[in-house]
Design a binder for this molecule. Sequence first.
Ligand SMILES: NC(=O)C1=CN([C@@H]2O[C@H](COP(=O)(O)OP(=O)(O)OC[C@H]3O[C@@H](n4cnc5c(N)ncnc54)[C@H](OP(=O)(O)O)[C@@H]3O)[C@@H](O)[C@H]2O)C=CC1
Ligand SMILES: C[C@H]1O[C@H](OP(=O)(O)OP(=O)(O)OC[C@H]2O[C@@H](n3cnc4c(=O)[nH]c(N)nc43)[C@H](O)[C@@H]2O)[C@@H](O)[C@@H](O)C1=O
Length: 314
Amino acid sequence: MSDKSATIFVAGHRGLVGSAIVRKLQQLGYTNLLLRTHAELDLTRQSDVESFFAQEKPVHVILAAAKVGGIHANNTYPADFIAVNLQIQTNVIHSAYLHGVKKLLFLGSSCIYPKFAPQPIPESALLTGPLEPTNEWYAIAKIAGIKTCQAYRIQHQWDAISGMPTNLYGPNDNFHPQNSHVLPALMRRFHEAKVSGAEEVVVWGSGSPLREFLHVDDLADACVFLLERYSGLEHVNIGSGQEVTIKELAELVKEVVGFEGKLGWDSTKPDGTPRKLMDSSKLAALGWTPKVSLRDGLRQTYEWYLENVCAANK
Ligand SMILES: NC(=O)C1=CN([C@@H]2O[C@H](COP(=O)(O)OP(=O)(O)OC[C@H]3O[C@@H](n4cnc5c(N)ncnc54)[C@H](OP(=O)(O)O)[C@@H]3O)[C@@H](O)[C@H]2O)C=CC1
Ligand SMILES: C[C@H]1O[C@H](OP(=O)(O)OP(=O)(O)OC[C@H]2O[C@@H](n3cnc4c(=O)[nH]c(N)nc43)[C@H](O)[C@@H]2O)[C@@H](O)[C@@H](O)C1=O
């Protein structure tokens, strides 16, 4: 990644992560970004992906295209979460290798670790115990992605690396009421309750699970950092160290949005993993640290939501 004019294919550039990576690369002066929407190139279609790589010959690839969703989506569409993710990552990784890509970054997720992994979770906890059932299909696909990168590195000495982000949030997140992750779901629900004058907002589960949140601009910074400085077999955790209970998160989002009613709890909804704080000391030892606090990140994301999602719906 030393040549700022080398062609970099950012797959999934309109999503939460891909769009943040594009912003970061542009900010750093990378001038030759190769971008395709889902409609222009469906990454589940193997022959289309091969033709694309044969024609465009990118030098680097950042794989931020995937089937992504929160606990409800993962639990409801297991076939999509395993099949689409296996297809996308296998097609992209294999074509990238075949067509001379120098370096590829694959993105997994903290859900690859066992449900009851030691906390904070080190990289070595992978495949040491049973997964959380609400997202095991997605997790299996992501574990296969890590292993695919490792296999190509071992057999072909090819520079494929994997980053494992914790729960992310920020601009261009998915604010769907059911299929999104908790943070954008709550931001939208509190906002709509404030606007409609509702007395109560209902939050899923017990409120006791702990989650670690990282602003997507920090994640993008870490991804570029890894591409520039890391070439190892083992995947690398990317976390913030900022852990809150879902109840604390709900109180914080309520405050940032300015909703003044009550919180209710829907105990019919699953809690998922009780805790998944990642041990990001390997990344810290390489010299990377996050910058955005959860409170600042929430404020910035709510401003973005007001200006982009609410304004667009008017
Ligand atoms: N969000 C989070 O909290 C976390 C995300 N990650 C990982 O980061 C990566 C990106 O996630 P995130 O940005 O949140 O997801 P988003 O859903 O925001 O973005 C995913 C992108 O992939 C594109 N895409 C999906 N399917 C296809 C396809 N068949 N062909 C081409 N493009 C496709 C989507 O396009 P379209 O919308 O048009 O389908 C979208 O632009 C994923 O690997 C995810 O596992 C890891 C940990 C946490
Ligand atoms: C990043 C990670 O994201 C997913 O895992 P998750 O962390 O469990 O995801 P989540 O954000 O959807 O939920 C976090 C917690 O929050 C609670 N919760 C409350 N109220 C709402 C709510 O309104 N929506 C949602 N989605 N959750 C809610 C919810 O019940 C749970 O206890 C994986 O499937 C997988 O995709 C993955 O890797």
